[in-house]
Design a protein around this ligand. Structure first.
Ligand code: NAD
Length: 509
């Protein structure tokens, strides 16, 4: 099955990982072996970029920008519309590849491609609405307004867990804004990135899109470091761990470039005494075990009112007993593997830390063995009763470990929810209007995303996506996130016969 998909997506046994759009460079960098956490099989190799390859790509992108920025935005939108169509045609194949290379369930693989299609649709409409404001001038015979211009090269550094959607959130908006893109995908999922580049090539060609608008530079951390330090890249949009975000932000900041950061989360759901517990259960379990706990918005903490703590944790334990763990391409399974053995070791290490710091397990964890789990990357989702203050609870472990804790009054629960370094996603389960509104108020959740009667994961593209504190403060996708990809210019035009100065300043010759 996987061979048919690779063929459809034009992925061969050995691939160049460097492209300027329709041209694949004869890359000379290190060879990355792409393998699947589903069955441990090697899939194909990808040759990464050398510094010289990288520089060639950036120069091509710079030249392309000079032309692309002159295309009317709706014409750029038409290209993005056609990219959306190409993604629709290839949704099944790309979704399966994402599932196989990254290990998320097939439904989530399809969902990720659907998100790409959705952002294309959103960007097409937006291409006719990149509007600024007009202001009233204090000077007679003057007009003032602002307009938004393209920035230049948008560098995109993406994480393994959303190997294709994060690129599209950035690229589709950047393109309609008139920017060109250079994408450095995660070295753990290079084939999904190559597949995207292959899928859109015909669209680039048939629309005569300048070579360099859509570039790919595969590589590891070092390639990302080149991009962060590169003054030719005015905007670096980086998605990944807080550790990476701090490194990128300090390098981009030192050259006064722009960094758009989408980093780790430590997301909680508050379950109040007035919650619909059966509904809450679905949101909590999907949030905690979906993508094997490897979403930035995965539910990591449940803060449960003491009056429903016993009954709700009982329901949780029962639900966990019913989880089927196994090949994520088999739709009967709920939970797939972690990305690699390093991730398994981090999971095991966290379990030890939970025990050492005083936590106790309601559902035990562990690594699964046997033929069905030959990759060694399948782990049991587990639940631990903890205190919010434990060092391990304050930290994002990228694995299906769910923490439960009790609260007595809602102010205390909100304080616990906020008392972590990260600020991405949050939710409250309640049918009580006062509780819901307090949670959403300025005295409530401090996260970029706050939901009522919905879990923490599974955002729609229409809203701005991102979070506060160590999550990095960036916003991508919907609402007015497009402004990050453009530069604002304020224009004042004098159509009078004199030249009055602002603030009434007199200057006569
Ligand atoms: P990671 O930080 O290890 O790597 C992410 C990307 O950054 C990779 O492409 C990597 O090569 C690159 N990179 C690493 N160090 C770098 C450096 N010093 N300079 C430049 N580039 C560097 O993250 P990961 O393990 O791939 O992904 C998991 C993390 O991503 C989790 O923390 C998760 O919460 C986060 N994430 C956040 C969002 C969000 O929107 N907030 C979305 C997805 C994932």
């Amino acid at each position: 099955m996987i061979n048919d998909i690779l063929q459809q997506l034009h992925i061969t046994a050995a691939n160049s990982g460097v492209s300027t759009g329709t041209i694949w460079l004869d890359a000379k960098g290190p060879v990355i072996q792409a393998s699947s956490p589903v069955d441990g099989q090697d899939i194909a190799t990808v040759t990464a970029a050398t510094r010289a390859d990288y520089d060639q790509v950036i120069e091509t992108a710079q030249a392309a920008f000079k032309e692309w920025r002159l295309w009317p935005a709706p014409r750029r939108g038409e290209v993005v519309r056609q990219i959306g169509e190409a993604l629709r045609t290839n949704k099944e194949a790309l979704g399966k590849l994402v599932s196989y290379e990254m290990g998320k369930s097939l439904q989530e693989g399809y969902g990720e491609v659907q998100e790409m299609i959705d952002i294309c649709d959103f960007a097409v409409g937006l291409s006719r609405q990149l509007h600024g404001l007009t202001m009233h001038s204090e000077r007679p015979g003057h007009r003032m307004y602002e307009q938004w211009h393209p920035l230049g090269i948008t560098g995109i550094i993406s994480a393994f867990n959303f190997p294709v959607a994060v690129w599209s959130w950035n690229a589709m908006l950047a393109w309609i804004c008139g920017d060109v893109c250079v994408w450095k995908p995660s070295e753990k999922t290079p084939l999904s990135a190559i597949a995207c580049q292959q899928i859109i090539q015909d669209v680039l060609r048939s629309n005569k899109v300048p070579e360099g608008v859509c570039c790919l530079v595969t590589g590891g951390r070092e390639t990302g470091e080149w991009m962060a330090a590169d003054t030719r890249v005015p905007l670096v949009s980086a998605t990944g761990s807080t550790r990476m975000g701090k490194a990128v932000s300090s390098v981009v900041g030192a050259r006064l470039g722009r960094a758009l950061l989408e980093l780790g989360g430590n997301n909680a759901i508050i379950i109040t005494a007035d919650a619909d517990l059966d509904m809450a259960l679905i949101g909590c379990v999907f949030g905690a075990v979906g993508t094997a706990g490897q979403r930035c918005t995965s539910t990591r903490r449940l803060i449960i009112h003491e009056s429903v703590y016993a009954s709700f944790t009982q329901k949780l334990v029962k639900a966990y007993q019913q989880l089927r763990i196994g090949n994520p391409l088999d739709e009967n399974n709920h939970v797939g593997p972690l990305i690699d053995k390093d991730a398994v070791n981090l999971y095991l290490d966290s379990i030890e830390k939970i025990k050492a710091q005083g936590g106790s397990f309601l559902v035990e964890g562990g690594v699964l063995s046997g033929d069905a789990y030959a990759s060694g990357c399948y782990v049991k989702p587990c639940i631990a009763a903890v205190e919010n203050t434990y060092a391990i609870v304050q930290h994002e472990t990228f694995a299906p470990i769910l923490y439960v804790m009790k609260y007595n009054n809602l102010d205390e629960a909100i304080a616990m929810q906020n008392d972590v370094p990260q600020g991405l996603s949050s939710a409250i389960m309640t049918l009580n209007l006062r509780e819901a509104e307090l949670f959403l108020s300025q005295a409530g959740s401090d996260c970029g995303i706050a939901n009522v009667n919905i879990g923490t994961s599974g955002a729609e593209i229409g809203g701005a996506f991102g979070g506060e504190k160590e999550t990095g403060g960036g916003r991508e996708s919907g609402s007015d996130a497009w402004k990050s990809y453009m530069r604002r210019q304020t224009n004042t035009i004098n159509y009078s016969t004199s030249l009055p100065l602002a603030q009434g300043i007199k200057f006569d010759l």
